[in-house]
Ligand binder design. Structure first.
Ligand code: FAD
Length: 376
């Protein structure tokens, strides 16, 4: 049976970042394999998001999201600058109407607790100087929020990992993993093969995005009680035809119960504007965008951009959040389970890696590099 030092399941931005960080730290002598069920890397959550580099304003202080977003944003900007991955530090405005000023103050305080100290408060006049078409009573300006070419990022990370000897196997689905005396036997099915392929690995990382809970169930000995419940929350996007009305990213305040960040305006690197994502609970993976949601979008957007011509909104794409079940329905924290949770030394599995997972990816990979289960 072939044997690898480290097997990573899932070539989304998180799995690829883990392959990059571990291959950088451990060098070519470590044998690392990265498995992906699709024909290409990064086709799921990682290519269906807003491509925003978040600054870390929203997350509960002390949470993994708060820490890894802040650390990840710095690492990501440095990586993009060093390796010429397209990105722009556009800055973001979080706008509040008259009845939302207390909520805006609370958000500013939360950001301070998270170590984000460079926000500025804009009154209505200062806001109009920056964005004449926005209507709001006040806004917070976050200079370190930006955008990144997520595909360029993943390609660059993957190229680095491959150059350092990582074995990459697309079209390879992990079916099962069985604990051995040391490490695991992993069973996979590649392409149209009718027989599973089996290999051994000493360390195993599951970064399976939307399939995280299903895959954990295929690991023999993974306690069912430790596998979280997960919901699929679709986020639809509409693009705005024509020139962008904004120069910054524009966000309303987060939705009630923190289901989502509110239907916001982001710009891509070509300067196109898109609005979204909204929050739609779905029973199974489905990326279609219902054009009839346009009126719902228009109503939300007009709260801060009253001149919107809804005719310019076109259904675009959708992404799906792997939302972990929490008592109040709000987005929980990233969940990282190691052998202190499941008694399977050498196994680390990731759950609920929704936003800001793109921003946090390099910091999350660095954190795993310090995890006792994943030491060489
Ligand atoms: C609508 C939306 C907007 C977002 N906006 C932002 C944003 O602006 N900024 C930000 O920082 N974050 C954002 N995020 C979050 C970010 O996109 C995700 O956190 C991140 O992409 C998750 O990456 P991943 O590698 O965990 O998952 P994925 O990209 O889904 O990768 C998991 C991979 O595992 C593979 N896989 C699954 N099961 C198996 C198996 N059994 N065998 C082999 N392969 C398998 C899948 O095919 C997939 O390629 C957003 C998310 C959504 C849904």
């Amino acid at each position: 049976m072939d044997h690898f030092d480290l097997c990573i399941v899932g070539a989304g931005v998180v799995g690829i970042a883990i392959a990059e960080v571990f291959s950088r730290r451990e060098g070519a002598q470590a044998s690392i394999v990265l498995l992906e069920k699709n024909a290409r890397a990064g086709q799921e959550i990682s290519s269906r998001n807003s491509e925003v580099i978040h600054a870390g304003l929203y997350y509960p202080p002390g949470s993994l999201k708060a820490r890894l977003c802040r650390e990840g944003s710095a690492l990501l900007y440095a990586f993009c600058e060093h390796y010429s991955v397209a990105h722009r530090r556009l800055g973001k405005l979080i706008v509040a109407q008259a009845d939302e000023l207390l909520a805006l103050e609370a958000l500013a305080a939360n950001a301070q607790h998270n170590g984000v100290h460079n926000l500025s408060w804009l009154d209505a006049v200062a806001l109009r100087e920056r964005e004449p078409l926005l209507q709001a009573e006040a806004a917070l300006f976050s200079p370190d929020t930006g955008i990144v070419d997520s595909h360029g990022l993943m390609e660059t990370l993957l190229t680095h990992a491959l150059d350092r000897g990582v074995t990459y196997a697309p079209r390879t689905r992990v079916l099962r993993a069985l604990p051995l005396a040391e490490g695991f036997e992993v069973q996979t099915l590649t392409g149209s093969a009718d027989q599973p392929y089996r290999f051994g690995c000493r360390r195993l990382v599951l970064a399976a995005g939307l399939e995280a809970t299903a895959l954990a169930r295929q690991v023999e000995g993974f306690p069912e009680t430790r596998i979280p419940s997960m919901r699929l929350l679709k986020g639809n996007y509409f693009r705005l035809g024509g020139a962008s009305p904004f120069r910054h990213l524009v966000y309303p305040l987060p939705e009630q119960q923190r289901q989502g960040l509110g239907i916001h305006a982001t710009l891509d690197l070509q300067g196109n504007t898109r609005f979204g994502p909204d929050v739609e609970e779905i029973a199974q993976v489905d990326y279609g965008v219902n054009p009839e949601r346009r009126e719902l979008f228009a109503a939300s957007i007009r709260r801060y951009y009253p001149d919107l011509n809804a005719e310019r909104l076109q259904a675009d794409y959708a992404g799906i959040r792997p939302r972990l079940q929490t008592a109040d329905g709000s987005a929980g924290d990233f969940l990282v389970l190691d052998s202190s949770h499941h008694d399977l030394p050498g196994l680390v599995s990731l759950f609920g890696i929704e936003s800001p997972g793109l921003t946090a990816s390099l910091a999350l990979a660095d954190m795993l590099a310090h995890c006792p289960d994943l030491q060489r």
